[in-house]
Ligand binder design. Structure first.
Ligand code: SAM
Length: 326
């Protein structure tokens, strides 16, 4: 007998999809998967009922990063590049985290991409720890921290703060990682045994190994549009596949150009977003109608038939889903 025939057959995502196709399709057709977008502040998300969201994937304006100074100061009334500006900006973000905590279902997850800021504050070079402040604020709201992801963004840019250059002791480490902080509302999410939508949402072993490792090496999206620092599609693609199921509701309270919503819709989730800047084309980019569940399942089957579960280059899979689900 050949070694291939002796090898046990691994039951993977493609088998799960094929076995439960009809039940999954029926369950998805019952849900309203049409995306919802509101062009106003997410400090109050009145349209989102309590405990109705399964996953939040977002990236807020980063306090003390210059590109967000004016927008944050306008919202808080406090000039940004100071201790007071840092506190006021985080108080604003914290009101949004409180709304996310309210909207999350038990066991739902809040994924926040945030970077620290290197800046002169009070005349001294400082690293302003946005990730630590967001973690403190979310824990104070009763959310539980999970292991965060370090998103290493390859950069060709020399460090703006070289400090003393080649001489100790006043040279500075380059800030080339951002955080993807993960928080959960209470304990692990409960599912009915053999829930078809959960089983049809499974990933392969290779995907699991890559996505659940703590350091992600994914190039940032090109910043042609310097007004909003969009996600590369790979970031919401991974987070949505890792942390939600087909048919779930995914919220982005700082939707920007709508990358999270666009990707979540193509993955058969209900996407909900808030954004205060009406000039980003968000409403044009995210289709208003629900995705066709048959197209979503066909795209998933085609993904696993093509890759056999192997991991492709960043953005490739996400872009294929975006193209396949009209
Ligand atoms: C880092 S960008 C998000 C980019 C997004 N991930 C994308 O892929 O395009 C942060 C966004 O939050 C928006 N924003 C700032 N304050 C807000 C608020 N109070 N409510 C809703 N959106 C807000 C900004 O206008 C900006 O577009």
């Amino acid at each position: 007998m050949s070694p291939a025939r002796l090898r046990p057959r691994v039951h993977g995502p493609l088998d799960a999809l094929r076995e439960s196709r009809d039940a999954v399709l029926a369950a998805l057709k019952e849900r309203d998967l049409a995306p919802r977008v509101a062009l106003r502040s997410s400090e109050r998300m009145a349209e989102v009922p309590d405990a109705s969201v399964h996953l939040v994937v977002t990236s807020p304006p980063y306090p003390l990063i210059e590109m967000w100074d004016a927008q944050l100061a306008e919202q808080t009334g406090v000039p940004t590049a100071s201790e007071e500006g840092f506190a006021a900006s985080h108080a604003l973000l914290s009101r949004v985290w409180a709304e996310c905590a309210r909207a999350l279902a038990p066991g739902g997850i809040l994924a926040v991409n945030v970077g620290d800021a290197t800046r002169k504050v009070g005349g001294d070079f400082r690293c302003m720890m946005n990730h630590a402040q967001v973690a403190r604020d979310c824990e104070a709201l009763g959310l539980q921290s999970l292991v965060p992801i370090l998103w290493k963004k390859p950069t060709n840019k020399p460090n703006a703060f070289l400090g003393s250059g080649f001489l100790p002791t006043n040279a500075y480490v380059t800030l080339d990682c951002e955080f993807i902080l993960l928080f959960r509302k209470g304990g692990a999410r409960a599912f009915a045994p053999k829930d078809p939508l959960r089983y049809a949402s499974q990933f392969s072993k290779a995907e699991r190994d890559a996505w659940f490792s703590q350091v992600w090496d994914v190039r940032g999206a090109s910043q042609d549009d310097a007004r909003t620092a969009p996600f590369p599609p790979e970031i919401p693609y991974r987070l949505v596949r890792m942390l939600s199921c087909l048919g779930d509701t995914v919220l982005d309270p700082f939707a920007g150009t709508g990358t999270t919503l666009w990707v979540a819709r193509a993955l058969g989730r209900r996407a909900v977003g808030y954004e205060i800047n009406p000039d980003l084309g968000l409403e044009k980019r995210v289709p208003r109608d629900a995705p066709d569940p048959a197209q979503v399942l066909a795209a998933l089957e085609a993904h696993y038939a093509r890759t056999g579960g192997a991991v492709e280059r960043p953005n490739e899979a996400a872009e294929r889903f975006l193209a396949a689900v009209a």
